[in-house]
Design a protein around this ligand. Structure first.
Ligand SMILES: [Mg+2]
Length: 289
């Protein structure tokens, strides 16, 4: 459940020592400045944005992350993935900042968790009454081998993907009309659905934008980057929203956003480099070759 949301304490995130700059650049006219100095915070999607869809590589963003690190600009990952999945990945980036999981369902900050969604136990309980009316199969109905088949993930990755706390992915086995009816009934139960590729996700009434209001601090401009419809709420809640180009013909419809010309982490690096240049953030002293 939502619960009482105390301000997050950022044990790992040295918010007070952000780079302080005169605000010289506000491309979308959305930044609210109180005293003409501005600190920056980056909140980013993972898959297809920071992380390459195909080779699961972060390489193009590493020099930019070094630059942000030295300037004290935190990177907060906002992913549809689970906590276990991000914990397995984040070592590669040396990232210890708070992070948002399962499509805006919770922020983990050190040992603390703030939830915006609904517990999976409650979601599964709500789904019980719909099982006689509709044909679907969820993660909770099957073992790891079947999840490996569904997702194409290897065992360990499939286990991390199954380690869910705030959402349930379903494989829909009924008609399209039935799916619409199902989504309505899910809504009546105080939950929401999200179509993502092969799964229909059931989660609490949250989205990737909701936790941003919780991260907001005075004089901190939030830059958000994402590539898909589930990122829209986050991009809209940010001061500077950046659409990362998706491969192929797909174009994310969004207004008042910056857009990368390259895809995935290359597009991420392209846009963050431009933004950091505009804010006159020095280049990293680490030679990344
Ligand atoms: Mg994405």
């Amino acid at each position: 459940m939502g619960g009482v949301l105390a301000p997050i304490t950022f044990p790992f995130c040295d918010v007070e020592n952000f780079c302080v700059r005169d605000l010289a650049w506000d491309p979308l006219g959305k930044v609210t400045v109180v005293d003409k100095t501005m600190r920056l915070m980056v909140v980013s999607d993972l898959d297809g944005s920071l992380l390459d869809h195909d080779d699961y590589s972060f390489d193009p963003v590493l020099p930019v992350l070094d630059r942000m690190d030295e300037a004290g600009i935190p990177l907060i990952v906002n992913t549809s993935k689970t906590r276990a999945e991000w914990l397995a990945l984040r070592g590669e980036l040396g990232n210890l900042e708070p992070f948002i999981v399962e499509n805006g369902s919770a922020i983990y900050d050190g040992g603390e968790v703030q939830t915006f969604g609904v517990s999976r136990v409650e979601i599964l309980e709500s789904l019980k009454s719909l099982r006689s009316k509709f044909k679907f199969k969820g993660y909770s109905d099957v073992g790891v081998p079947e999840i490996m088949q569904w997702t194409g993930l290897e065992r360990q990755s499939a286990e991390r993907s199954a380690d869910r706390h705030f959402s349930e992915p379903l494989v829909w086995q009924d008609s399209l009309e039935k799916e619409e009816e199902f989504c309505e009934l899910v809504k009546e139960r105080g939950l929401t659905t999200l179509r993502g590729g092969r799964f229909l996700h059931v989660l609490g009434q949250t989205d990737k934008g909701k936790p941003l209001e919780h991260l907001r601090k005075e004089n901190v401009a939030i830059i958000s980057l994402g590539d898909r419809p589930n990122d829209l709420a986050m991009l809209e809640a940010a001061d500077i929203g950046v659409v990362i180009k998706a491969p192929g013909d797909y174009i994310l419809e969004a207004v008042d956003m910056l857009r990368s010309t390259e895809t995935g982490p290359r597009g991420w690096a392209e846009m963050m480099t431009q933004i950091l240049d505009q804010f006159q953030i020095p280049y990293s002293t680490i030679n990344n070759g």
